[in-house]
Write a protein that binds this ligand. Structure first.
Ligand code: TYD
Length: 229
């Protein structure tokens, strides 16, 4: 497939726990680079020094009693820094940015999963990001039982607070998954829902094909007002 050259496009990978996003994100960037795109890979929570420190607070299993509103603010604090320090500068250099989770994770987890008001979350998000949104959101969708079983294969000692926490049970993950599907259904032009219940290589290939098809269909993106609103 012929790849479009140039274009400061922002692609986010989203999905429930155990969907395999992180390895798919790495393979996606490898494919984009091979197709001749300058591409930057980053992740949430994290991606900057401050963001990785906030990640440490967020994922610390000792912090069990924290309110979901507090989580939402911490995720957005890390996001605000990531947008200003990494994502916007990369877009301004004309690079593609692939982010392993972005603001829709907060809507899915703290909003749909934990019941924080979605309108409030969108307001905080828009302040934190300065209005920057991904041009393409690829949702790796897996049934909850499959995602949780995949996740459980890891070392139990390496579980993060989010994975360990009792209130993040199967019903919580079901709300998160349904939330993602609702967000995708409401904005089909920007979202692609991929079935991630298959071998990792096949899923990664499907994701790369979807991203490359999006780039081929899109004009090179030189709209700097979008990058510097
Ligand atoms: P991460 O380490 O990216 O886990 P995964 O390998 O599942 O992608 O993210 C850690 C957890 O943080 C994950 O359970 C999802 C959660 N999370 C939120 O609850 N809200 C958010 O805004 C983000 C970015 C992540």
């Amino acid at each position: 497939m012929e790849a479009a050259r140039g274009g400061a496009w922002f692609i986010a990978l989203e999905g429930p726990d155990g969907a395999g996003k992180s390895s798919v994100a790495e393979l996606l960037v490898t494919r984009l680079l091979a197709a001749g795109h300058a591409a930057t890979l980053t992740r949430e929570p994290g991606g900057t020094r401050l963001g990785e420190q906030v990640r440490g607070i967020l994922l610390d299993t000792a912090n069990v009693a924290r309110a979901p509103e507090t989580d939402a603010l911490l995720f957005n604090a890390a996001r605000s820094q990531l947008v200003r320090e990494v994502i916007r500068p990369a877009l301004a250099r004309g690079e593609l940015v692939v982010c392993d989770r972005f603001a829709d994770s907060t809507l899915a987890y703290q909003g749909y999963g934990s019941g924080v008001d979605l309108g409030m979350l969108r307001d905080v998000e828009s302040w934190a990001t300065g209005g920057l949104r991904p041009d393409l959101v690829i949702l790796l969708d897996v049934p909850v039982a499959v995602g949780l079983a995949r996740r459980g294969r890891g070392d139990p000692g390496s579980l993060t607070r989010f994975e360990d926490e009792a209130r993040h049970d199967a019903a919580f993950h079901d709300r998160v998954r349904r939330g993602y599907l609702e967000l995708a259904a409401a904005d089909p032009g920007r979202w692609r829902v991929m079935n991630a219940d298959g071998p990792r290589d096949e899923v990664a290939n499907d994701v790369a094909e979807a991203a490359l098809a999006f780039l081929v269909a899109s004009e090179p993106n030189n709209d700097l007002t979008r990058i510097h609103p």
